[in-house]
Design a protein around this ligand. Structure first.
Ligand code: HEC
Length: 129
């Protein structure tokens, strides 16, 4: 009985980790699509990438992931990491609006800010390990 419970726990843990990983992978693919959209000046491609990005930028998953890496003495960094995750959505909205308004360089600036948010959270998280 114990074995079954433990196995179930391990499996569900792995499933959650795999899920989170695929969200991250989907966000990576979304960024590639957005960048391609800019390079080819293809609005629809940018918009489709932004949509995928927002769908996969799940706040609950981020909170769980960040918590699981967080040692007690670094609690203060939790807020920073989550702030980066939130600002991804804010900047994604700016891209959508700017693209519609044909403000391409503003849109591209927001893309760069999103990339900064990704790497910033990763740096913070890696430092905790
Ligand atoms: C709130 C923090 C946070 C933000 C913001 C974030 N990530 Fe992650 N990311 C993680 C964590 C934590 C992992 C480690 C995998 C896990 O345990 O789920 C990870 C892993 C990854 C991986 C797998 C490769 C690796 O290094 O392990 C990719 C790819 C990735 N993220 C892409 C992105 C992209 C693209 C963005 C921005 C659009 C982003 N992430 C934003 C926390 C974050």
């Amino acid at each position: 009985m114990k074995k079954i419970i433990i196995t179930t726990l391990i499996c569900s843990g792995l499933l959650v980790a795999a899920d989170r990983f695929s969200d991250m992978k989907n966000m990576e693919d979304a960024l590639v699509e957005i960048q391609k959209g800019f390079l080819y000046t293809n609005k629809d491609m940018v918009k489709s990438g932004v949509k995928t990005l927002k769908e996969n930028n799940k706040m609950d998953a981020h909170i769980d992931a960040v918590k699981s890496y967080l040692p007690k003495e670094k609690q203060n960094l939790f807020k920073n990491a989550i702030k980066e995750a939130k600002s991804i959505n804010t900047n994604a909205d700016v891209i959508m609006k700017s693209i519609e308004a044909k403000e391409y360089s503003k849109a591209h600036d927001s893309y760069a800010k999103i990339l900064n948010s990704c790497t910033h959270c990763h740096l913070v998280v890696r430092n905790w390990k």
